[in-house]
Design a protein around this ligand. Structure first.
Ligand code: GUN
Length: 297
């Protein structure tokens, strides 16, 4: 039985729709959406993500610009760069790849990006809108997970969703989104974290279990209810006996959990591609908004 939720396939479907919208924008005599990404330092995983984002932009017909900046860049220099991009009419969306070097304050940086260009949805204003149920931009990974569920016609309404991990990038915004009063919301959400007592019992109660803690193979079959839907957001690089010397490990012990789950995302090929698709969707949305408002070149 193939019970995989294949992010690659769902992504292709969504990206095809994005590509068509881009073609229409161009036909109407407008510039295509343009995403800028700032990468500070040489973290291998971050470089791969940014490269993948660049390629995805090309594939759907977006313009993209990547600013690769040195590890020892000062916070002020980074903020100056963000200010310039904020003012640049030729750029619709901006992300700063995380994590940042320790001497740079992520919160300050995220809230320097113009909320209108913040296609990661990490700005305080966008997080606040999300919390109040008026999100304009949904953070890319949570949004990608919703798009994946939508693609497979899996409604979360009335279901008990257990989210493991309360990060600002995934767990917290995802718990807010899934519990919201909107299509692909209306779930009952339990947000578990490192201080949760009886974690295994909570997991066993989940109709939908979403793991976003960055601990390879943490979720085992005994933690999962029969026929549950399992979403694995983990992407930790672990040593492997291959050419690269590493492989991606999810938070779920896939081999044993797949026997019990009704549907499950593999790693890689599950949530990963959807994250980028969420980002592309946000960038298109921002572009369309700017065209409507006539505020862009
Ligand atoms: N690092 C890990 N996930 C993300 C993400 O969604 N956006 C950014 N900017 N950095 C990340």
């Amino acid at each position: 039985m193939d019970n995989r939720l294949r992010g690659k396939i769902a992504s292709e479907a969504v990206r095809l729709r994005i590509k068509r919208d881009v073609e229409q924008i161009i036909q109407q005599g407008n510039r295509p959406p343009h995403l800028a990404a700032i990468l500070v330092g040489n973290d291998g995983a971050s470089q791969s993500y940014v490269n993948a984002k660049e390629k995805a932009c090309e594939d759907v017909g977006f313009l993209s610009s990547i600013y690769r900046l040195p590890e020892n860049l000062s916070q002020n220099d980074l903020l100056d760069r963000i200010d310039k991009i904020n003012k640049d009419d030729q750029i619709d969306g901006l992300i700063v790849q995380l994590p940042l070097p320790a001497h740079i304050d992520e919160n300050v940086v995220n809230s320097r990006i113009s909320p209108d260009k913040d296609v990661d949805g990490f700005h305080d204003i966008n997080m606040g809108r999300l919390a109040k149920g008026n999100a304009v931009i949904n953070p890319a990974t949570p949004y990608g997970i919703l798009l994946l569920l939508e693609h497979y016609n899996l409604s979360v309404e009335g279901k008990h969703v257990v989210v493991l991990g309360r990060s600002n990038i995934v767990g917290r915004p995802l718990s807010i989104l899934l519990s919201g009063n909107h299509a692909f919301g209306n779930a009952t959400v339990t947000l578990c974290h490192s201080r949760t007592k009886n974690l295994k019992e909570w997991c066993q109660k989940a109709d939908i279990l979403i793991a976003a803690i960055g601990k390879p193979y943490f979720v085992t079959a005994d933690m999962v209810k029969e026929e549950a839907i399992v979403i694995d957001v983990g992407t930790t690089r672990i040593d492997a006996d291959n050419e690269r010397g590493w492989k991606l490990a999810g938070d779920v012990n896939y081999t044993e959990v797949k026997e019990k789950a009704s549907a499950i995302t593999p790693v890689p090929g599950g949530v990963g591609p959807m994250t980028i698709t969420g980002l592309l969707s946000n960038t298109l949305l921002v572009r369309k908004k700017r065209l409507e408002q006539n505020t862009s070149a």
